[in-house]
Write a protein that binds this ligand. Structure first.
Ligand SMILES: [Zn+2]
Ligand SMILES: [Zn+2]
Length: 448
């Protein structure tokens, strides 16, 4: 088969000037992998570059490919890459730090001044059919090895044991619960239970040659977390390993990593009462991450009832609409709903009244994490913060969070399937960007 030369990409030329263009398929360097991009989630920053041409000091001066929340399949590996094979499903952490500066050496590479970050000018992003990336910042889904526990046939569905989730090539997934029927199996719609079963063709080779082939149900011994250097599952079929992490989950690891970093910066402890200000994608993911990390009551505020309703559905203990309310009243309402002042406030709006609410409401000695970015200068009640030892901490992206985010999803501690979403093919990138402005879904995904 002839090698594909199609590398359609979404290239931003300036404000409101997003074009679909062919660009050369990149060649991976020795330590890089070539990735056939599968799914890219559109982020607020992508939209901001499109509508404003800049974020702070980062200005789009020359055409730039947008997109940075990426999952895909390895399509080629550089000569020095040991841990990835063609066919591996991966999520891509978007930033490449210098690895040599003080911050990098101290393990806080998110602060590296020489960071090259997808879709932050002048670095091209990932909204294309093919991109290359350093393998050290690619994360493979968990690998499985195990022993067989039964045999079944795709055309005569047997009862599946345990609980599971059907990861599909189109990124959607369908849950099945204990003893439910598996209704449709196709060769590439690999099915795996959360931790209990994996389906493998009886001859041990992928892909299935014939959909009616018998398959073995395996009960795997889990290899924890993403692949670590030098670790290779000796018994697992190489290549297309089954997974319960969908490609959309894979691209959601990017905003989820922001939440993981925010909760770490907050030093969140078991039982902490947490206030999350803002019920957009980042606010909701912070709420879910705080819960997964053992928080006690988590309360979410926003101006929009439908966003709040979703936050409630996804696990918030209480939600409060703060529209047209005074900070003093919001504070009283939060404390009433929480039963006390929050130990931690995670500010995901960047709006002055919310930052003020966080400072006025957080318990003395507590922590506020500033996640949302708004105006570069705002007025805040600084004495409240200083004299009650309420620490105000910033976050910048994330550092060493992808493995944790992946583990949270793979283990089922965080279930992203409830996030509302819309889907567009790469060719309809412009429509997808417009859809984000309707704000009727948490996430808009583009399939490349
Ligand atoms: Zn993002
Ligand atoms: Zn560095």
């Amino acid at each position: 088969m002839a090698e594909s030369t199609d590398n359609l990409a979404a290239v931003l030329h300036g404000i409101d000037d997003l074009r679909m263009e062919q660009i050369p398929i990149p060649v991976p360097g020795p330590h890089q992998v070539l990735v056939r991009v599968h799914t890219v989630g559109i982020c607020g920053s992508d939209v901001h570059y499109w509508t404003h041409g800049a974020i702070g000091n980062f200005v789009v001066r020359e055409p730039m490919v947008v997109g940075h929340e990426t999952s895909g399949v390895v399509a080629g590996v550089g000569s020095e890459v040991k841990d990835f094979q063609v066919g591996d499903r991966i999520a891509m952490e978007p930033g490449l730090p210098c690895k040599g500066c003080e911050h990098c050496k101290k393990g806080r590479y998110n602060l590296c001044a020489d960071m090259k970050f997808f879709a932050t000018p002048p670095i091209n992003g990932t909204l294309a059919r093919y991109v290359v990336h350093d393998s050290a910042f690619c994360y493979k889904w968990c690998s499985f090895v195990g022993t067989s526990v039964g045999v079944t046939s795709p055309l005569e569905p047997e009862k599946a044991v345990g609980r599971g989730d059907e990861g599909r090539e189109d990124g959607r997934s369908r849950k099945f619960s204990s003893n439910s029927q598996i209704e449709e199996w196709e060769p590439f719609q690999v099915l795996r239970d959360f931790h209990e079963l994996l389906i493998q063709p009886i001859n041990g080779a992928f892909p299935l040659q014939n959909p009616s082939e018998d398959v073995i149900l395996h009960r795997p011994h889990r290899l924890r977390g993403p692949r670590r250097l030098g670790q290779r599952p000796s018994l697992a079929p190489v290549g297309r390993l089954p997974d319960n992490v969908s490609f959309e989950d894979g691209s959601l690891l990017e905003p989820l990593s922001v939440a993981v970093h925010a909760c770490r910066r907050a030093n969140l402890q078991m039982g902490n009462r947490v206030l999350v200000l803002g019920a957009g994608p980042i606010g909701v993911l912070n709420m879910m991450t705080a819960k997964a990390a053992g928080a006690g009551r988590v309360i979410v505020t926003d101006l929009d009832d439908s966003r709040l309703a979703l936050a409630k559905k996804l696990g918030a203990d209480e939600v409060i609409n703060v529209r047209n309310k005074r900070v003093v009243d919001i504070r009283a309402e939060i404390i009433l709903a929480m039963g006390s002042e929050p130990d931690i406030s995670i500010e995901c709006t960047g709006a002055q009244p919310c930052v003020e609410t966080a400072i006025m409401t957080t318990i003395s000695g507590g922590v506020i994490v500033l996640v949302g970015l708004g105006a570069s200068r705002i007025e805040i009640p600084i004495i409240e913060s200083a004299c009650r030892e309420v620490d105000i901490r910033g976050i910048f992206r994330y550092v060493n969070c992808y493995p944790t985010a992946l583990e949270l999803v793979a283990s089922g501690r965080i279930d992203l399937s409830g996030l509302t979403r819309a889907h567009y093919p790469l060719e309809q990138t412009l429509e997808a960007f417009k859809r984000t402005q309707k704000a009727d879904v948490v996430k808009v995904f583009i399939q490349c």
